[in-house]
Write a protein that binds this ligand. Structure first.
Ligand SMILES: O=C(O)CCC(=O)C(=O)O
Ligand SMILES: [Fe+2]
Length: 357
């Protein structure tokens, strides 16, 4: 989606592409012919930078790796930076467990609601209440407008005489035509956009699209978290955000986020759910990237020169040992939260917040 696969032959030769392939999920095809038992190929994680261990080391006054600096000013918890990547900041465990849970709930219930757009818009138009409809086992079906009229007015969602709507499984059995279970759509939810809406095909912000402001609590959180990367006295102005949803095997190819006007302003990036590997490269794909773990609650800031660095997510871990979401399991164990727990046990959510102008 970021054009990472555009020039396949070329990209296979770059250091960034090689690192992506190194960490990507592959299955051991030899191990078993039985698909249900397919096993992920083992991957060597010894080179992956672990800011949680660095934080623990810092807390006991240990010696940090020589290329890692810690900055304390302007912020309550330790903020780490990297010597050779000015403008990159890592704040391990910056989000409380309660905050992580409320952001997970919002990312599933509120953030994908129209007028916010999602990857499903292009095919199905705006979809309301996807998470609840999936919970209730509903099915999205295509229906034709009664009189075949192409569009019945601004409040009506018929397009070319058709629209999609949710029905129960029983109702679906009585119908002909295309249908898709809400649960399948939830699993295939890959992104939603908040605030100013990003147009993926034109790769710009389409200010003419209807949009709501970024929710106030998320705005305040981003302003606070952005402080280590902002000049004194200047406040970060969140105007747009992309929410990425990752399931097992999903990746985000190496890319630059270059559609915002002022690169001195940070992108504030929040990680929720299963642990991932993040690759931070250099200004070209030839520069070998640094791999690091991103856990639920970690926050990354990319400002200034770091905004010119290729980055991506080649891997998420959904197995119990590597996902590292025990704290979420405990916090989301109430009956009302089990649906969120079930989703996040095999998923990762990333919210990245931007000042556009
Ligand atoms: O998922 C992440 O941690 C990174 C997301 C990202 O780079 C983006 O959406 O531009
Ligand atoms: Fe990005």
């Amino acid at each position: 989606m970021y054009g990472s696969e555009n020039n396949r032959e070329d990209s296979e030769r770059t250091a960034f592409r090689r690192a992506e392939k190194n960490y990507k999920l592959y299955y051991d095809t030899n191990a078993s012919k039985n698909k249900k038992k397919k096993k992920p190929k083992p991957v060597d994680l010894t080179e992956v930078l672990d800011f949680r261990s660095i934080l623990e080391c810092h807390d006991r006054n240990g010696e940090l790796p020589p290329f890692v600096n810690v900055i304390h000013d302007k912020f309550s918890s330790p903020v780490f930076s990297l010597q050779n990547r000015p403008g990159f900041y890592f704040i391990p465990g910056a989000l409380s467990i309660e905050k992580q849970c409320s952001l997970i709930r919002e990312s599933l219930i509120d953030f994908p609601q129209p007028p916010n757009r999602t990857n499903h818009n292009a095919i199905y138009g705006p979809i309301h209440n996807l998470f609840d409809e999936a919970k209730e086992g509903k099915v999205l079906v295509e229906e034709y407008s009664p009189d075949g009229s192409p569009k019945l007015g601004p409040d009506c969602d018929y397009q070319d005489g058709k629209r999609w709507k949710f029905v129960t499984e029983k109702e679906e059995l009585l119908r002909k035509g295309k249908s898709v279970p809400a649960s399948a759509l939830l699993r295939k939810l890959r992104w939603s956009t908040l605030g100013l809406q990003f147009n993926w095909s034109r790769r710009n912000y389409d200010v003419s699209l209807p949009h709501n402001k970024i929710p106030e609590a998320l705005c305040d959180l981003a302003k606070e978290l952005a402080k280590p990367a902002m000049p004194a006295g200047v406040e970060f102005q969140p105007e747009g955000a992309i929410v990425n949803y990752f399931g097992l095997g999903d990746t985000l190819g190496g890319h630059l986020d270059d559609m915002e006007a002022d690169w001195s302003k940070p992108i504030v990036s929040l990680s929720l759910g299963c642990k991932a590997i993040f690759l931070l490269g250099g200004k070209t794909r030839e520069d070998p990237p640094l791999a690091m773990f991103l856990r639920s609650g970690d926050v990354v800031l990319m400002a200034g020169e770091a905004r010119e660095c290729f980055h991506g997510v080649p891997r998420i871990f959904t197995d119990e040992k590597n996902a590292e979401i025990d704290h979420l399991q405990a916090q989301l164990s109430h009956e009302d939260d089990l649906c969120f727990l079930k989703y996040i046990q095999t998923s990762r959510i990333n919210i990245n917040i931007r000042q556009v102008f």
